[in-house]
Design a binder for this molecule. Structure first.
Ligand SMILES: [Zn+2]
Length: 455
């Protein structure tokens, strides 16, 4: 070998080494989960003794273990006796603001440590777009983020003209969703029209003047918390004078006519609007368990003290409110379970969301509580998992991207120690997970969780 060729050889070896190093830093490792029970979630089945190959953050092969060839340098994860499911989506999550960067990092990690690999951030500003992009680039461990912009309130959009401008501004800024709050009817109409032109979805609450059918007719993409369903169930001739709707209609519960449920369900199915139930939001608030007791739940140790205090104060104040009558809130919880079952069985679109971190919902942990509540409402564990895996991918119009375990999909994967189809609480038994191309084993997750506990 002459000198020049030798030099070339050294250079190319160096270049190759640098490439490998870069790959390592970009989490472009090759992983294989071997001999695992795959729960693919495209239909209700378990593929026994399968191997799933992950390259550059994508699933590249799924097949019987004996048939899958592993490239050299594959990192193997033993899946024997374990269950592999797609990552979960929190469709109503919140990421804190820029005044608390450490809390933001902790919340992002709490999501992924619980298997939440996608979050629809239901309120935000330009800062959250930066967080979204930093996570995407692998600079910050966290779930994939879909970012809603600032809340459409009467302050933000006092007139149709203001709504028109604000929709265009949020679309231009790069937000993925317009978050609905309380705006007047004409402003809502203009917002919906401009949003349609701009191709940006709107979802969240429904302004009281617009009501359930108004939102369905306008093409609202999602209704969160079953907002305005209670109002729809109150017959027109009911004596509502002087009655305040209160928290999600709790004040109206004694006036509703349940024979109107099928009509509400039928119109929802026809409109194709999604519901994100957030059962836990209301169940936590309505539960007879004292707030001081609730903040002793094991997952509470990961939350900042002032956040816990805020939750305690809110629940204590709420229990003194005029519209809080234990009987009515109990009926509200039951109605919401009934709606969940009826909407689901009638073919309405449902996506999993708990509203974290609000009211005793610790990010990530609360999504598992939400799933248990949906099982209590009458869905099977498989049906609940559909709402948290495949359905969100359809909500975002990207079913080819994620939500099931198939070649070509994003490798958002949870390796569980037990079968989630037998018992939904088995989704909490996470042995390892892959998100954004990176593997987190139990030890890594626990180490970081301990840090958050100490923060
Ligand atoms: Zn929320």
């Amino acid at each position: 070998m002459n000198y020049f060729r030798k030099l070339m050889y050294v250079f190319s070896a160096l270049f190759f080494g640098l490439t490998m190093f870069a790959q390592e830093n970009n989490n472009l490792n090759v992983y294989a989960i071997t001999n695992v029970n795959v729960v693919p979630m495209d239909k209700e089945e378990i593929l026994e003794d399968h191997t799933v190959l992950v390259e550059n953050g994508r699933i590249t092969a799924v097949g019987p273990s004996a048939a899958i060839q592993l490239p050299p340098n594959t990192v193997k994860i033993d899946g024997q006796g374990r269950y592999l499911i797609p990552g979960l989506t929190e469709m109503h999550g919140h990421i804190p603001g820029e005044d608390r960067p450490q809390y933001v990092e902790d919340v992002l990690f709490l999501y992924i440590a619980n298997g939440v690999t996608t979050v629809r951030n239901m309120l935000g500003n330009a800062y959250h777009l930066k967080v979204r992009d930093r996570v995407e680039r692998g600079e910050l461990p966290g779930p994939k983020i879909f970012a809603a912009g600032p809340f459409f309130s009467k302050d933000l959009a006092p007139t149709p003209e203001a709504a028109n401008r604000e929709v265009r501004r949020q679309k231009e800024a790069g937000f993925d969703l317009l978050k609905m709050g309380s705006i007047d009817k004409a402003t809502y109409g203009q917002m919906a029209k401009t949003a349609k032109e701009e191709g940006i979805p709107f979802g969240g609450h429904i302004p009281v003047e617009v009501g359930l059918t108004g939102a369905l007719d306008a093409g609202q993409r999602s209704i969160d918390h079953y907002d305005r369903y209670v109002e729809f169930l109150v017959p027109e001739d009911a004596k509502t004078e002087g009655v305040s709707a209160g928290f999600f209609g709790s004040g109206l519960m004694l006036l509703i006519d349940k024979s109107r449920i099928p009509e509400a369900v039928r119109r929802t199915v026809e409109a194709g609007t999604w519901n994100v139930p957030t059962l836990s939001l209301i169940e936590h608030l309505a539960s007879p368990e004292p707030a001081a007791q609730m903040i002793k739940w094991p997952e509470m140790k990961y939350m900042p003290q002032d956040v816990l205090e805020g939750w305690v104060n809110f629940k204590n104040d709420y229990s003194k409110r005029e519209d809080f009558k234990p009987e009515a809130t109990k009926a509200l919880v039951e109605l919401r379970r009934e709606l969940t079952k009826e909407l689901h069985d009638s073919g309405a679109q449902i996506a999993l969301g708990s509203d974290a971190p609000q009211f005793f919902n610790v990010p990530g942990f609360s999504l598992h509580s939400e799933m248990e509540m949906m099982v209590t409402a009458g869905l099977t564990p498989y049906e609940v998992l559909v709402t948290g895996t495949r359905n969100p991918a359809f909500y975002f119009d990207t079913p080819e991207e994620f939500g099931t375990i198939e070649p070509g999909k994003r490798a958002d994967l949870l390796l569980l120690n037990a079968n989630p189809l037998e018992n939904i609480s088995n989704t909490q038994k996470i042995h390892a997970l892959i998100v954004n191309g990176k593997l987190y084993d139990r030890e890594t997750l626990d180490r970081r969780l301990l840090e958050i506990e100490r923060n």
